[in-house]
Structures are given as C-alpha cells and as structure tokens.
Design a protein around this ligand. Structure first.
Ligand code: ARG
Length: 466
C-alpha cells in the first residue's frame, strides 16, 4: 500500500508532480482542530452505537486529543507530502495508537468529512467576524454620541444637498453594519448543518447516529440528503457574499473618509500613527490604511466570483474542483478581519474638524428646501413653492448673497407670505431639528436611535458570547 489512504488499488504511487498538485495540506491544515474534533465526535458515536467497541472509541478519542495538544504545542510537524488534513490526522492517529486508528474512518468519507470541517471552521469565523463588527459598531455609536450637534452638509451626486449632523452620517454606517451582522447570523443558520453520515455520496450500511454526532458538535441541523450534503458549497458562497457586502460597506466608508481628509474638505484628519508619508514629497500625509481597506474589497469580491464559477457546472456529487473552495474563503475571512480590526483604531484617533464641517453648510443654499417648505406650510402648493425658492437662489447668486442675508423685502418680492420668522426656519439647527420622525437627522431622533442601537448591541454581544 502506498502512502495514500487509497493506495491499495494502484500499482505505483502518484507521480511527485501530481502529488504536489493534488495536495491541499498547505492550506487546509488550518482546519486541524475542526478535523480532530469532528473525528472525536464521529468516533464517540461509533462507540455509542456499537459500530466499534467502546474501548476502541475511547482509544481513538484519547489519541486524537493528544494529537490536538501536540499540534498546539508545536510537537507535531505537518508532512506536506500528504494529501490533505484528513490524511495527515489519520496518519498521526495510526502512528500513535496503531491498528485501532484505522477504524476512525468507519462509515465516513473525506467527502462528508471535508464538508464538516469547513462548516465548523466557518461557524467559528462567523462568530469572530461578528465580534469585530460589533466592536466597529460600538466605536461608531460612541462617536455618534459626541456629534449630535455637529452640522455638516449631506450630499447627493456629491453636491451639497441638505444639512445633517456627523452623528446622523455615522448612523447610516451603523445601520449597514447592523445588517451585516444579521446577514452573517442568517448565513450561520444554514452553515449549521451537520453533513456526516452522507459518506462519499450515498451513506453507509452501518447504523450511524448522525443526530448524536450533530449534538456532540453543537450543530443545529442534520443533512437530509446525502448527495446534497457532500456536493454543495452554497454555504461558502453565502459567507463569501456576506463578506463581500461587509467590504462594500467598509470601502464606501473608507472612500468618504479619504475624500473628507483632502484639503478640499478637511472634515477629518487622520492620526500620524495611521497615515503614511511620501518618499518624494515631504509635505504629504496619505490615508493608506483607508485606501487599503477600499482596495482589499477587490480580492474579497474576486474570491466570491471564484467559488461561484467553480460551482456553476459541477455534476453531483463531490468533484475535486471543490478543493478550490477553501483558499478563497480563508483569504476573504482574513481580509475582512484585518479591515474590521484596524478601522476602530483609525476612527478613535481621527481628528474631527467641526468648524470645517459647519462651513460646508453655510454655502451652497442647503436651506433652499426649508424656504420652499415654509411656503408650503402657508398653503402654497409644493411645486410653486419650489419655483419661488429656486428664483430666490438665482437672485442670491446674481447678487452675491445667500438665503440668510436676503432682506425681508427681497423675500417679499417673490412672495408676500414671507415674514420675519423665515430666518429662524433656515438656520442649520432648525434645518436639522425641525425634523421629527425617527430616522431623521434631528438630535432627538438620533439620540432615540442610539438608545435602540445600544440595546441591540448589548443583546448581540451577549448572544455571540453564549
Ligand atoms: N482535500 C479534499 C478537499 O478539500 C478533501 C476531500 C477529498 N475527497 C476525495 N474524494 N478526494 O476537497
């Protein structure tokens, strides 16, 4: 028998080039813990159901536990000539406990085993990513609390549009990252299906108790179609999609912060610890960290497209193409974790130029809508009110004025309905705080939403630690 698990059928061993090409150990070795814990649960079930003896089961479990400890303590080195992590762990087990080790694979195939390992690995990483996302959310909410009165322009088409507050602006990202958390939880629900028992594709004739294995491994669901259990990777795709959406949100936020740090805006300034210089231009202070977050979005999208493409025309059930499922998702997980870990540090050290933000609301006629609304409240149809306000804006542009420096007489030339109180209605504060519905930029509304979100956060933190 060759060194492959399946060597007996072959008259010679795999060519070195083919072996190197075929091996996945250099990337699937990160799943060693999942592979071992999965095997311990499987062996326990085999013992409980008398498929193997209780002693054998115990011996296997003990051997595997020791192997896990040895790996963690660096006492065992991976042999990268082996085919994959499953082969490696089984070899270690047989080396350690002898013949009994050969029974661990009873009623199991690497096809259901690899699906199990990957599901376990993704479940662990969903929790890790959620922890990081919740920390980003906490940072954003803390910043929001300080800036419910910090006025700045909101934009549409990147043109000054209406006044908002910095707290309200950050609140938009709070909602996006909240949905990202919920999307991960939703995907987790489907990752949480235990595939063992499926075997290679059609189960086995042993009286496998896969519900017991699922319970031991804390899986909520058990597979109910063996072909499906070993052949789909939609759970990897879903996770990749969740990660891509997180990156899309991070990238948008990063892009805006890069923009807001330019001399043209100067709304924010990054701490020296999170900016870099130029090798040529001495004055430069570059927002590389945010640019990298934006840039790394590309590889996460790429990984999603890779697995979507790999899966698109694979016949059922397992095909070796599916070994290509891992590197992409592992890379996406690492990338997202790196970005989520660094963002709070950039945010908490960043200087916020409230004076520059305020300047942005004074020019650009951000209060033109309020001027129209003023007339609407006096009975003028909105379309007419819009027209009057528009004419006043043109008048201001031609006479180098703005809507707060127009005299009442100038207002009255367009409509006699204007009175002295128009000036109170068009201050930045009035533009923001005269809006009352929850979801608006007004201080009361934002404070109310912050309260809702703090409760939400507390609940999620608790659940994620359970
Ligand atoms: N290394 C393989 C993978 O990642 C494990 C499953 C191998 N199964 C097989 N029948 N060759 O997909």
């Amino acid at each position: 028998m060759g060194k492959q698990l399946w060597g007996a059928r072959f008259s010679k061993s795999l060519a070195k080039e083919a072996n190197d090409f075929n091996s996945s150990l250099h990337f699937d070795s990160v799943m060693f813990e999942e592979d071992i814990l999965g095997s311990i649960a499987h062996a326990t079930m085999l013992g409980e159901t008398n498929i193997i003896s209780k002693e054998e089961s115990q011996k296997i479990s003990n051997g595997l536990k020791e192997i896990l400890e040895d790996i963690k303590q660096g006492k065992l080195q991976f042999d990268y000539n082996l085919e994959d992590i499953h082969t490696q762990v089984e070899k270690w087990l047989i080396d350690k406990i002898g013949e009994t080790g050969k029974k661990v694979h009873t009623g199991r195939s690497r096809n259901d085993q690899v699906a199990l390992d990957l599901r376990m690995y993704l479940k662990k990483e969903v929790k890790n990513i959620k922890t990081l996302l919740l920390n980003v959310l906490k940072t954003l909410i803390n910043l929001q609390k300080k800036h419910t009165k910090t006025y700045l322009s909101g934009y549409t088409h990147l043109q000054r549009a209406q006044v908002i507050t910095f707290a309200h602006y950050l609140g938009a990202y709070v909602e996006m990252f909240k949905r990202d958390v919920e999307r991960l939880e939703n995907a987790f629900e489907r990752i949480d299906t235990m595939p063992l028992g499926a075997g290679a594709l059609a189960c086995s004739t042993y009286n496998i108790d896969n519900k017991m294995t699922a319970q031991l491994l804390k899986f909520k669901h058990v597979m109910i179609n063996s072909l499906d259990a070993v052949s789909d990777r939609d759970f990897v795709i879903e996770m990749g999609a969740c990660l891509s959406i997180i990156m899309m949100h991070l990238s948008r936020f990063a892009e805006e912060l890069v923009l807001y740090t330019t001399s043209e805006f100067k709304f924010v300034e990054f701490d020296d610890g999170f900016t870099t210089g130029s090798s040529l231009m001495p004055q430069k202070k570059n927002p590389d960290i945010l640019e990298l977050i934006r840039g790394k979005t590309g590889r996460v999208y790429g990984n999603l497209f890779s697995i979507l493409t790999i899966m698109k025309s694979l016949p059922l059930a397992y095909n070796k193409d599916m070994q290509e499922d891992k590197e992409g998702i592992f890379d996406s997980i690492k990338t997202v974790k790196d970005c989520l870990a660094i963002l709070p540090q950039v945010l908490t050290t960043m200087k916020i130029n409230t004076d520059k933000m305020l300047l942005s609301v004074n020019e650009g006629f951000l209060n033109a809508t309020e001027v129209a609304d003023y007339l609407v409240k006096k009975g003028v149809p909105f379309r007419d009110a819009h027209g009057i306000s528009g004419k006043l804006v043109v008048y201001c542009i031609n006479n180098n004025k703005n809507l707060t420096t127009l005299t009442l007489n100038e207002y009255k030339k367009e409509s006699s309905l204007f009175e002295e109180d128009i000036y109170q209605k068009i201050t930045p504060e009035a533009q923001v705080n005269n809006k009352t519905i929850v979801g608006s930029p007004s201080e009361n509304s934002v404070l109310e939403v912050i309260k809702i979100n703090e409760k939400w956060l507390e609940k999620k933190e608790k659940n994620n630690n359970d």
